[in-house]
Design a protein around this ligand. Sequence first.
Ligand code: ZN
Length: 318
Amino acid sequence: MELRILGIHHVTAIAGNPQQNIDFYTGLLGLRLIKVTVNFDDPGTYHFYFGDDMGRPGTIMTFFPWPGAPRGRRGTGQVTTVAFSISGESLSFWEERLRAAGIAAAGPVARFKEQVLSFFDPDGLQLELVANKDDRRSGWAEGPVPAEHAIRGFYGVTMSIAGYERSASLLTEILGFRKVAESDSCFRYAVGEGSPGSLVDILSLPEAPRGQVSVGTIHHIAWRTANDEQQLGWREKLVDQGYNVTPVQDRQYFHSIYFREPGGVLFEIATDSPGFTVDESPEQLGTGLKLPAWLERQRQQIERVLPPLRMPASARER
Ligand code: ZN
């Protein structure tokens, strides 16, 4: 069996205020809130998933909101930037949209062949919009952003690494990535088709301080694998290479294994199936608090500790 990573599955970050997080990612960025659940390892914390209409792998940005927690520190051993993909014709639309919302964006600046707009979410998480002609995905067409300008999904991520060589060899020698570009201290790797959603930039920062996970930082990145059989194959291969890999975890919408890459970033390998319609119809996605069977009997206690939410308009209407 040939093992394959298909690109980015999802990226998970820590937010502060849950309502502010929903309002920013749905109201301003125009992603669809596709699932409201809890952190299965900490059920007193929400887990929000944002993405395209179905929450397809490669579009899924997720958050654990920790209201009242201090901000984290961006630094090495982290994914420090999440880049979303937009059409090559959408840069001025987004410049204006961000300006109208009072968000200071830097750029657009050229990075490799693309133009990049850079800004921060309300918790200080660094985001980018990368204008490109290579993305055939359509994004969430029924949100507040006109379909032609909608975010298509991820373009890629940037990992900040102190000793980048070992991280690079994990990508290229084990996970099947190839180096596709480099400039100064930035090295770009692609996996699979190498299209938007399957790119990772490693920023080599030997002198920079180590990051600290809290509000406004990325918790982990998950890579896509097709199915459970592939995932078990990956687990075996990584264990053989000396990685400390968790057993398979049932995340309800996908199955997951986790391990830390040599530079300190928490990696997950997640399956494409079963997906977000396992407990809600496509029309209803993200409209109510969903709990897996093993937490359903604690629903009352869980709902009592979670802060109330005002759902986005697109979810309310449905
Ligand atoms: Zn995850």
